[in-house]
Write a protein that binds this ligand. Structure first.
Ligand code: HDD
Length: 707
C-alpha cells in the first residue's frame, strides 16, 4: 500500500482554505463560531442568536432516512469503455461505437443491515451502476448473485420484513440467521435457489473488487430496425471471484466493519483501479422458447454453458467520491432509468421494481427533484415541462410550460423527429390475456436449478454450504421451522439434507411439509410438480472457482510479523519480491516505532498486533531470526495470528531455521501442509508467492478440523 498516497488524501492532512472566511448559509461573515450570544458572559443565551440557531437547525436535520434495503454501501466514480459494439442488438449510442467512453458511478452495498452495520455479513451484495450516457441515464441495478428470492414484486415487502431484524426487539442486525427469515423461506419454496446461493461463499466476498455482478432480471435490447432481443447483463471481475471463510467473516466484522469499503477506497487511492468486463447474454425468441425454464422468472439463471456471454467492454473505477453523503448516499438508482435501445421484459419482479425505485426516492431524498442533485443529474441536457416541487434548482425561462405549445424558444415535443427517430420508444409487442392474479405454471419448478447449483460446487464449496445451513438453521429457535426447511433440502439433495439434519439433531422429513405445499398451492394452480424436477445437472460456471484468477497476487495484503533480532536480509528479499508483484507487505510487531534486526538495522512498524489482525490479511509471513521468533512465541496475540491464518486456509511463510513458532502454534498439528513454506532460499519465496495467488489452501480445511 502506498501509505504516502493515503496520507495525501486524508482530509485531516489537507490545509484548510484560510483565505475563505467562515459564513452563515446566507453568506454573512461569522466573527465568533465558539460562543453563543448571552446576556453577560455567565448569563442565559439569547433567542436572537440567529447564527447559533441556523447552525443547530442544520445539524438537527443532517440525517435522511436510510435506504429501506441496501442501506450500507460504498461508491466510486469510473468509466465504461466499449470494446465490442453491438449496434445489431441495440441502438443505444453508448453500445454502438468501439472506443466510446461513458462516465459511471457505482454503488456496492449489503442488503439487510442498516447503514452502520458490518460489511462482512452473510448477505447478497448490491452492484448498481449509473451510466451517464450521451442519451441520458442508464441504471443497471444488479446484485452479485444472478437470481432473486421471489418471483413477483408483490412479495418484496414480506421478504424484507422477514429478513430484517425482528420487529419486537430489532435483533439480529445484518443477519438472516433468525426465525422470521427461515419461517418465510421455508413457506416460500421459490426462495430455495437464491437461498442456496446465499449459503454459498458468494455471500461472504473477499472484496467488492472480486465479485461478479448480474443485472438479474431479463431486459430487452432493440436495434435501429426495431428488432428486439432478450438480454441478461453480466460483470466479471478482472481479479477473479474470491471469498473469505465464515469464521473469518465474523471476526472481520469486529476487527474492521469497514473492511470492504476501505479495501475499495485504498485500491483506488493507490491507483489499483478495479476493473470488470461487461458482458451480455443475448437470446432470440427462438432460443428463449428452447429453454426448459422461463427467463421471465427471476429465480432462474441462464448458465453460460447454454447461452454464452459476449463481453463488450470494460468498467473501471478510478476516482473515490469527494463526499460520502453528497454522492454515495444521495445517489438514486432506478431500473426504470433506461435509454433508447434498452427496454424491459415482462418479468413480474422487474415490472414491480419499476414502481418501487422512483417511489422510494421521495421518502429518502424528500423531493421529486432528486434528479437535480449533482450525482443524479444526467450529463446530457434535459428539457421538459416537469415543473416546481420542493428544492427546485433549475430556473426555467421558456415562454411555455405545457406541451404542445406554439410559443417561440423550443418545441421539445418534436425531439423524436429532430433526433432522427432515435428517442425512446417501447418495443411494440402483441398483448392479450385475461386480467388475472395468478402465477404462470412455467414458474413452478423451484428445485431443479437449486439442485444444479449445489451439484456444480467443488467439494469445499459444498462443505461451506452444509456449514452455512447448519449455522443459520441452528440459530432458528422454532424447531418446526428447521424441520420445514429440511423438507425443502430433502427434495433438492438428500445428502445435504441428511448432513444438516444430523447436526441439528433432527430427522430428514419425507419431502415438503404440508404448510410449504399449502402456501405454494395458493400461488400456483397445480403445485407441486415434483415429478418433473431434474436433479442431475452440473454447470461448472456456477462455481466460484470457475471464475477465480490464480495468476496474480496484485493488491493482496500480506502481514509480516517480527520482533527484535529479525533477519533483515530475508525480510528485504521478501519485501522486494512482494512489491514487484504489486502486493502489499505490512510490518507488524508488538509495539509501534522502530525494531532492530539481528545485525543492527532498523525497520519501522506499520501496525501492531492489536491494531491489525490476522483476519485482515490474505497471507502471513513470520520473519526469520531466532531471537525475533522466540519473542513472538511468548506473545499470545502473535501465536493467534498464526493460528487464525492457518484456520482460514491462508498461505504461511516461516522464515529462518527456528522451529519455535511452529511448536508454539497450531502449525504443529498440521503435517505436510502445502501452503506452509519454510523460507530458506529465494525459490521458497517464489513458492510462497504462488501459494498466495492460489488464495486459500482448501485441502487443509478438508483434511483437518481446525475451526
Ligand atoms: Fe431492489 C435498492 C438490487 C428487487 C426495491 N435494489 C436496491 C439496490 C440494489 C438493488 C443494488 C441499491 C441501489 C443503491 O445502491 O442505491 N433489487 C435489486 C435486485 C433485485 C431487486 C438485483 C431483483 C432482481 N428491489 C427489488 C424489488 C423491489 C426492490 C422486487 C420492490 C418491489 N430496491 C428496492 C427499493 C430500493 C432498492 C426499496 C431501496 C433504496 C432504493 O431502492 O433506492 O426501492
Amino acid at each position: 500500500m502506498n501509505k504516502d498516497n493515503i496520507k495525501k488524501n486524508d482530509p485531516s492532512s489537507v490545509d484548510l482554505p484560510t483565505t475563505q472566511p467562515l459564513t452563515s448559509n446566507q453568506g454573512t461573515t461569522i466573527a465568533d463560531d465558539f460562543n453563543t450570544l448571552k446576556s453577560g458572559t455567565r448569563g442565559p443565551s439569547l433567542l436572537e442568536d440567529f447564527l447559533f440557531r441556523e447552525k443547530i437547525f442544520h445539524f438537527d436535520h443532517e440525517r435522511i432516512p436510510e435506504r429501506v434495503v441496501h442501506a450500507r454501501g460504498a461508491g466510486a466514480h469510473g468509466i465504461f469503455r466499449l470494446t465490442d459494439p453491438i449496434p445489431q442488438f441495440s441502438k443505444a449510442d453508448f453500445l454502438s461505437q468501439a472506443g466510446a467512453e461513458t462516465d459511471v458511478f457505482v454503488r456496492f452495498s449489503t442488503v439487510v443491515g442498516s447503514r452502520g452495520s458490518t460489511d462482512l455479513a452473510r448477505d447478497v451484495r448490491g452492484f448498481a451502476i449509473k451510466f451517464y450516457t450521451s442519451e441520458g441515464i442508464f441504471d443497471l441495478v444488479g446484485n452479485n448473485i444472478p437470481v432473486f428470492f421471489i418471483q413477483d414484486a408483490i412479495n418484496f415487502p414480506d421478504l424484507v420484513h422477514a429478513v430484517k431484524p425482528e420487529e419486537r426487539n430489532e435483533i439480529p442486525q445484518a443477519a438472516s440467521a433468525h426465525n422470521t427469515f427461515w419461517d418465510f423461506a421455508s413457506l416460500m419454496p421459490e426462495t430455495a435457489h437464491m437461498v442456496m446461493w446465499l449459503m454459498s461463499d458468494r455471500a461472504i466476498p473477499r472484496s467488492y473488487r472480486m465479485m461478479q455482478g448480474f443485472g438479474v432480471n431479463t431486459y430487452k435490447l432493440y436495434n435501429a430496425q426495431g428488432e428486439s432481443f432478450f438480454v441478461k447483463f453480466h460483470l466479471k471481475p478482472k481479479l477473479g471471484v474470491h471469498s473469505v471463510v465464515w469464521d473469518e467473516a465474523q471476526k472481520i466484522s469486529g476487527r474492521n466493519p469497514d473492511f470492504h469499503r476501505q479495501d475499495l477506497w485504498e485500491a483506488i487511492e493507490n491507483g489499483d483501479f478495479p476493473e470488470w468486463e461487461l458482458g451480455v447474454q443475448i437470446l432470440t425468441d427462438e432460443q428463449e422458447q428452447a429453454l426448459d425454464f422461463d427467463i421471465l422468472d427471476a429465480t432462474k439463471v441462464i448458465p453460460e454453458e447454454l447461452i454464452p456471454i459476449q463481453y463488450i467492454g470494460t468498467l473501471q473505477l478510478n476516482r473515490n467520491p469527494d463526499n460520502y453523503f453528497a454522492e454515495t448516499e444521495q445517489v438514486a438508482f432506478h431500473p426504470g432509468h433506461v435509454v433508447p435501445g434498452i427496454d424491459f421484459s415482462d418479468d413480474p419482479l422487474l415490472q414491480g421494481r419499476l414502481f418501487s425505485y422512483l417511489d422510494t426516492q421521495l421518502s429518502r431524498l424528500g423531493s421529486s427533484n432528486f434528479h437535480e442533485l449533482p450525482i443524479n443529474k444526467p450529463k446530457n441536457p434535459t428539457h421538459n415541462f416537469r415543473r416546481d416541487g420542493a428544492m427546485r434548482h433549475d430556473i426555467p425561462t421558456e415562454a411555455a410550460n405545457y406541451n404542445p405549445h406554439s410559443a417561440p424558444g423550443g418545441c421539445p415535443y418534436l425531439s423524436n423527429l429532430m433526433s432522427g427517430g432515435k428517442g425512446f420508444d417501447s418495443v411494440p409487442a402483441e398483448m392479450e390475456g385475461r386480467k388475472v392474479r395468478k402465477r404462470s405454471e412455467t414458474f413452478g419448478d423451484h428445485f431443479s436449478q437449486t439442485a444444479t447449483f449445489y451439484n456444480s460446487q467443488t467439494e469445499i464449496g459444498k462443505k461451506h454450504i452444509q456449514d452455512a445451513f447448519s449455522f443459520e438453521l441452528g440459530k432458528v429457535t422454532r424447531e418446526e421451522i428447521r424441520s420445514r426447511y429440511l423438507g425443502i433440502l430433502s427434495v433438492v439433495n438428500k445428502d445435504l439434507a441428511r448432513i444438516v439434519a444430523d447436526r441439528l439433531g433432527l430427522v430428514v422429513p419425507d419431502g415438503l411439509s404440508k404448510e410449504t405445499v399449502q402456501t405454494a398451492s395458493q400461488i400456483f394452480e397445480n403445485y407441486p410438480a415434483l415429478d418433473k424436477i431434474k436433479l442431475g445437472f452440473t454447470y461448472p460456471s456456477l462455481s466460484m472457482e470457475y471464475h477465480c484468477d490464480f495468476d496474480t497476487i496484485k493488491t493482496r495484503k500480506i502481514a509480516a510479523i517480527l520482533s527484535e533480532g529479525f533477519d533483515i536480509q530475508e525480510l528485504k528479499q521478501m519485501q522486494s519480491r512482494i512489491k514487484a508483484e504489486g502486493a502489499v507487505l505490512d510490518i507488524i510487531s508488538d509495539r509501534y516505532g522502530e525494531i532492530i534486526s539481528a545485525t543492527g538495522e532498523v525497520v519501522k512498524v506499520d501496525y501492531t498486533l492489536v491494531t491489525m489482525d490476522s483476519v485482515l490479511y490474505d497471507a502471513l509471513y513470520v520473519v526469520g531470526g531466532d531471537a525475533s521468533q522466540e519473542k513472538l512465541a511468548t506473545i499470545k496475540k502473535a501465536v493467534c495470528y498464526v493460528d487464525d491464518a492457518l484456520k482460514h486456509n491462508k498461505a504461511i511463510a516461516i522464515g529462518g531455521n527456528s522451529n519455535v513458532m511452529v511448536l508454539a502454534s497450531d502449525l504443529r498439528l498440521v503435517e505436510s501442509d502445502k501452503a506452509v513454506v519454510k523460507i530458506r532460499t529465494a525459490s521458497d519465496i517464489e513458492m510462497f508467492i504462488q501459494l498466495v495467488a492460489l488464495h486459500r489452501n482448501w485441502q487443509r480445511e478438508l483434511q483437518n478440523d481446525l475451526l
